[in-house]
Design a protein around this ligand. Structure first.
Ligand code: FAD
Ligand code: DHB
Length: 389
């Protein structure tokens, strides 16, 4: 098989890029290890920045997002005593939209056949070859037979554990990493949210987040040591802990219900530089991970894809080699700013095992400062709604 661009991974990054390239008249094929049902069963991000909403609009795939997404003008930081509201709309003129990653993926997946986007699911043994040449190719196996795509570019959208990043020689790369000593235990339940906006709480017992997917479906998280097992957290134990950490007002409005999904996600900050090596470009989690505080992971994948599409359109439609050459630098400039924001919000809202009374005082002082300073709120708001692409 021959195409212009081979995309590895049909998560949000790979599907967005496939659709955008097709819309530009650039040929591409997406290959994915899992089945469509498996991809849709992963419960992940829930808050979309304008950049992500904008990609859906540009593709004309935003009808369900517009109908079902919840537009949020602000969110709250809770310090155990009060809610500090960050008025994103008032301070930046921008909003975010609550619409699950699963729904974005479903919309992109379902539109693929009618847009002529070929996605091959259920492939194994994916390997990339000759990425330092002008004629790279990807090989895989499916149902016992071997497959191969020859392309001018390969785009690694295969998440943190995929093979693309690993194909770049260590001598050409640098990794930056911080692993956090806790994970987020999440619960999804068909109950109305406890508040009409998100609440990120720093309680003396630990972090909690009240989020939602709709007026009838809620998503909550608490942080737990990495040694904890999901099996140790009955629904009742988790609801009790959420009620304590989110505080009495939220607890009074919290409706409990059976978990549709419950899982623990580890927290990590990670950046791989550069995001291009020869004919291989990386997008999304394949190149970087942010801790989930701040809801940046999916949105960063979307901005990478925006830059990658511009670079590839420059190459194929305008003979502009500089666009591809500049991809990594352009994408990384935004990646590092989102890494900084996610890291600083993580530090502000979580108790670290090594922290003593001094670090606690620093958190209290920072939350006090944010509560009293419109300038501090504006800085948080402009990062939360998403920096410009
Ligand atoms: P992915 O969504 O990981 O997609 C990569 C795709 O590549 C997958 O479909 C995978 O099956 C496929 N793939 C992998 N290996 C191969 C291979 N060898 N061959 C072919 N295909 C392959 N972000 C938030 O903002 N909020 C959250 O609450 C949140 N929760 C998360 C929870 C978890 C457990 C994880 C892992 C991430 C979470 N994130 C969250 C981050 C967010 O979901 C990611 O940033 C986003 O999914 C990135 O999209 P992506 O397309 O780059 O990668
Ligand atoms: C959700 C996840 C996040 O990481 C976040 O910061 C906000 C919301 C969610 O899953 O709803």
């Amino acid at each position: 098989m021959k195409t212009q661009v081979a995309i590895i991974g049909a998560g949000p990054a790979g599907l967005f890029l496939g659709h955008l390239l097709k819309a530009e008249g650039i040929d591409c094929v997406v290959i994915e290890r899992q089945t469509p049902d498996h991809v849709l069963s992963r419960i992940r991000a829930g808050v979309l920045e304008q950049v992500t909403v904008g990609l859906m609009e540009r593709l004309g795939l935003d009808a369900r997002l517009k109908a079902e997404g919840l537009v949020e003008g602000g969110f709250n930081l809770a310090d155990g005593e009060r809610l500090i509201r960050i008025d994103c709309q008032g301070l930046t003129g921008k909003t975010v939209v609550v619409y699950g990653q699963t729904e974005i993926t479903r919309d992109l997946m379902e539109a693929a056949p009618s847009r002529g986007l070929e996605v091959i699911y259920g492939v194994g043994d994916v390997a990339v070859h000759d990425i330092e040449s002008d004629a790279p190719y990807v090989t895989w196996t499916k149902d016992g037979s071997a497959g191969r795509i020859d392309a001018r570019f390969i785009i690694g959208c295969d998440g943190f554990h995929g093979p693309s990043r690993k194909a770049i020689p260590a001598s050409a790369a640098r990794e930056f990493e911080r692993v956090y000593p806790f994970g987020w235990l999440g619960i999804l339940a068909d109950v109305p949210p406890c508040h009409d906006e998100l609440i990120y709480a720093n309680h003396e017992r630990g972090f909690a987040l009240a989020s939602m997917r709709s007026h009838t479906r809620s998503r909550y998280y608490i942080d737990v040591p990495l040694t904890e097992k999901v099996e140790d957290w009955s629904d009742d134990r988790l609801w009790d802990e959420l009620a304590i950490r989110l505080g009495p007002d939220a607890a009074a409005n919290m409706t409990r219900g059976p978990a549709l999904e419950k899982s623990i996600a580890p927290l990590r900050s990670y950046v791989f530089e550069p995001m291009r090596h020869g004919s291989l470009l990386l997008c999304g989690d394949a190149a970087h991970i942010v801790p989930p505080t701040g809801a940046k992971g999916l949105n960063l994948a979307a901005s990478d894809v925006h830059y990658a599409c511009e670079a590839l359109a420059g190459w194929f439609k305008r003979n502009d080699a500089d666009a591809v050459a500049g991809y990594s630098e352009r994408a990384l400039a935004r990646v590092w700013k989102s890494e900084r924001f996610s890291w600083s919000l993580t530090k502000l809202m979580h108790r670290f095992p090594e922290d003593g009374p001094f670090e606690r005082k620093m958190q209290v002082a920072e939350l006090e400062y944010i509560a009293s300073s419109v300038a501090a709120q504006a800085a948080i708001a402009e990062n939360y709604v998403g920096l410009p692409v």
